[in-house]
Design a protein around this ligand. Structure first.
Ligand SMILES: [Zn+2]
Length: 250
């Protein structure tokens, strides 16, 4: 598998688009993880073959993780995509996606030249999708949020979406190849969010091979001295602070 970070920003970041991550397996099947307000343009900027996207996984229905879907679908319409698209997301994903599209671009949904297959996700209920296995896992956030463990051909990654890891998480993440964690502040725990300190702790506890930090608070990201100090004390964990366009091979 390999992972292409299209966006790595939090909701308000004026310099970085919303966190949105493209995952490919050996068969070149692709899955986009989250698509917030500002994510769709960077998807087009970095995806090698944007019209070929197989699936979209939405962790939760906050705008910075979900409300770029309308623009994504509109551009698929504009470029006359015909391939079926699968959308995975929490309860209500079909209704919310179609409502948002109707609000943003009225009457487009009946003209889409491709079909959309919606699947509602439930915590710890595995989904087989092409040559991927998806395992949605609860993150503790202001609204229901399901991160996802993705496995394909013996490699595994976990993407948290927004939120603090649920206590059950560790059982599923032993020796995961790549942890992609939402981290908001450096050391401070903000309710419903993780921090760099707790991300490092989780990575060490589950013996992750690599940790990628995304969704950093805009001001935390600018404080390079603090970031450097924390990441210097990384307890031997390989830590990546990806930028848009960064590729990570598993
Ligand atoms: Zn959120």
């Amino acid at each position: 598998m390999f992972v292409l970070f299209c966006g790595v920003g939090e909701a308000f970041d004026e310099n970085l688009t919303n966190t949105s991550i493209l995952v490919f397996n050996k068969q070149q099947e692709s899955l986009l993880l989250d698509c917030g307000f500002t994510a769709a343009t960077n998807y087009w900027k970095y995806a090698p073959h944007p019209l070929d996207l197989d699936g979209l996984y939405i962790s939760h229905l906050h705008g910075d993780h979900f409300l770029g879907t309308s623009l994504l679908l509109l551009r698929f319409y504009e470029e006359q995509r015909t391939k079926e698209l699968h959308i995975f997301g929490p309860a209500g994903i079909k209704e919310k996606t179609l409502q948002a599209l109707e609000l943003a671009y009225p009457k487009i949904k009946d003209k889409l030249p491709f079909s959309i297959v919606f699947t509602e996700t439930c915590s710890e209920q595995e989904i087989n999708f092409k040559n991927f296995t998806l395992l949605p896992l609860t993150s503790i956030h202001a609204i229901p949020s399901l991160g996802v463990k993705i496995s394909s051909q013996g490699k595994t990654l976990y993407y948290s979406g927004d939120g603090q890891p649920d206590s059950n998480l560790l059982n599923h993440l032993k020796e995961v190849d790549l942890l992609i964690l939402e981290t908001y502040k450096a050391t401070q725990e903000v309710p419903g969010h993780s921090s760099i300190t707790s991300a490092l702790h989780l990575a060490k506890t589950c013996q992750a091979k690599e940790l990628a930090l995304v969704h950093l608070n805009r001001d935390t990201r600018k404080d390079s001295q603090t970031l450097f100090q924390i990441l210097q004390n990384n307890q031997g964990i390989k830590v990546l602070l990806p930028a848009p366009g960064t590729i990570c091979w598993l």
